[in-house]
Write a protein that binds this ligand. Structure first.
Ligand SMILES: [Zn+2]
Length: 565
């Protein structure tokens, strides 16, 4: 693409985020030009506290389904759950080729085979049917009207890529999640030179990671943690050492293994997701582990405590993760106690502070030494790194992505500092259609987007009504009122009251027998007046509801059941 003699595009380029704005997670963005659509990333979000029983949240891709004939492929920036977590679910609906770097593809392939196993009864075989191509840095792929180039970046997982997306309207640079790390623990530093070259040729829009846009300065290099780990290992020479971090933080695991090796300790990895990621990284030669350093938990039993390091999941206080099972004494293989040291190598994600504190308290009560300060660096760019990327790329338009609204606004403020007028900064919401011409950018409409809730093997079968019921059951329990009525309308048994999660029955026999009386009076009154069963049910609900509210100020779910005999 030369600067002169540019062909005049006949249409606009559309950028449509289908998730990932207003929230952390669920990153997925469609790029559309005439009859070509490509999709960048395919992430999931973890459920909010009030989404009871929900395992994960995936994006609604009905827009892609409606335009399936245009879909050329999925292009993935890196292997974190908020970028690849929904890919199997989405590919099962809208199959298309997938393009990613090596480790990212390895993790995607694991997801596809897991999905295939769970859905083998339905004859699903994504591993066979989905075409996949491993892309190397600097390589470009052609997808309809688009050409996509992968650029090396740094993050907390190796093989993270930024994308230069060339279209007839112009080039859009999408950073993915990134930081600038001049001394990464594995692989090379971010390809700043390539950002500059692309910038020189002219960039229409920059879509840049906003996660740390509120933080001044630079994010420290992963390597700055090495002396901190050295110190902690030195101070806890006689302890068995546990380190809790994110399963997906491959670089951190590498760092911990370095220190362990230096101190002559063996390392075991615990937690299913972490074992999978480290296995995949090792198989694809994306992590170097000194020989005889990594052992299994069973092999660890033969090794003296002061020669052990156990890297574990659960740094966010997740109740099902390995660390929390160790802390509450329910782990199958590991008993933790006095003489052990636990290092938290992560910061709690906002919202997770309480469960993390709970685990720290549990560990301290068991006599465990706990270290949780300054043992983490972020994988995302701070303000000065964001400014650097803007300065290299020199985009016409700024489109902040990845983050909650306040993070997007923080990046908008940075762009303004750099001289961008407000009309050159576009803050999008999920579903917005941003239409770009060679010199224009405007939001022209909206497509339907939303959260699809996954509970067990059910996808989308739990909606708002079910969630509200679950919230109510969780908060105040349930009262079931059973009775038998003949077809002539004669009450012959009940009403009997059964409750769960409402009151401790032994202590409250009086209250429940009073409630039965209230129910009986209501039912008899209804039968006398010839009311039908629906009226009986509603009246029982109302009278028991009033009675409970008056006595306990609670609102349990009330479920009347009438059996016809
Ligand atoms: Zn990430």
């Amino acid at each position: 693409m030369g600067n002169n003699n540019k062909e005049i595009p006949t249409s606009k380029l559309k950028i449509i985020p289908l998730g990932g704005l207003e929230q952390i997670g669920m990153n997925i963005t469609a790029f559309e030009y005439e009859d070509s659509i490509i999709v960048v990333d395919c992430g999931l979000a973890f459920p909010q506290d009030d989404m009871l029983g929900i395992d994960l949240v995936i994006p609604d891709v009905s827009y892609i389904e409606e335009n399936y004939d245009k879909l050329k492929g999925f292009v993935i920036t890196h292997g974190h759950e908020d970028h690849i977590g929904a890919i199997a679910y989405i590919l099962a609906r809208v199959g298309a080729p997938v393009y990613a770097t090596r480790l990212t593809m390895g993790l995607i392939e694991h997801k596809l085979s897991e999905y295939d196993k769970e859905h083998s009864a339905q004859g699903v075989n994504l591993s066979e049917t989905i075409r996949r191509k491993v892309v190397t840095f600097g390589q470009s792929i052609n997808l309809g009207a688009f050409r996509v180039e992968f650029i090396r970046t740094n993050h907390s997982i190796v093989d993270a890529a930024a994308l230069a997306i060339y279209s007839p309207v112009g080039c859009v640079v999408h950073t993915g999640d990134f930081k600038v790390d001049y001394t990464p623990v594995y692989g090379d530093s971010i390809d700043l030179q390539r950002f500059a070259e692309i910038g020189k040729k002219g960039v229409l829009a920059l879509m840049c990671d906003s996660t740390n846009a509120e933080r001044p300065g630079f994010t420290p290099s992963e390597k700055t943690l090495a002396p901190i780990f050295d110190n902690l290992f030195e101070q806890n020479k006689n302890s068995r050492i546990f380190v809790a971090t994110f399963a997906s933080n491959v670089d951190r695991v590498r760092q911990i293994i370095n220190t362990a090796y230096k101190f002559g300790r063996k390392v075991a990895v615990e937690g299913r997701s972490m074992v999978n990621i480290i296995d995949t990284a090792q198989r694809l030669e994306r992590i170097e582990i000194p020989e005889n350093t990594l052992v299994t938990l069973d092999e660890m039993k033969e090794i003296p405590a002061d020669k052990q390091v156990i890297i574990t999941t659960g740094s966010q206080g997740e109740s099902m993760a390995a660390l929390s099972r160790m802390a509450d004494g329910t782990h199958r293989k590991i008993t933790i106690g006095a003489g052990d040291t636990v290092i938290f190598s992560s910061h709690p994600i906002p919202g997770n502070e309480k469960p993390v504190t709970k685990i720290i308290n549990q560990l301290l009560q068991k006599g465990v030494r706990v270290a949780y300060q300054d043992v983490h660096v972020s994988g995302h760019a701070c303000q000065e790194e964001i400014k650097l990327i803007y300065s290299l790329v020199q985009p016409k338009f700024s489109v902040p992505v990845h983050g909650e609204y306040k993070h997007l606004m923080a990046q908008a403020a940075i762009a303004q500092d750099l001289g961008f007028s407000k009309d050159r900064i576009k803050i999008l919401s999920s579903g917005d259609i941003l239409e770009l011409g060679p010199d224009t950018a405007e939001i022209t409409g909206k497509v339907s987007v939303g959260d699809i809730l996954v509970d067990g093997s059910g996808v989308g079968d739990v909606g708002n009504v079910v969630l509200r019921d679950r919230q109510r059951l969780a908060a105040d329990g349930i009262i079931i009122v059973c009775m038998s009525i003949t077809s002539e309308g004669q009450l012959i048994a009940g009403p009997d009251i059964v409750s769960r999660g409402f009151v401790y029955i032994k202590e409250s026999e009086d209250l429940l027998s009073q409630a039965s009386e209230v129910a009986l009076m209501t039912v008899e009154k209804c039968i006398d007046s010839g009311a039908d069963w629906n009226v009986i049910k509603t009246s029982v609900k109302d009278s028991i509801g009033d009675f409970v509210w008056k006595n306990l100020k609670r609102k349990p779910m009330i479920l009347p059941i009438i059996e016809e005999v």
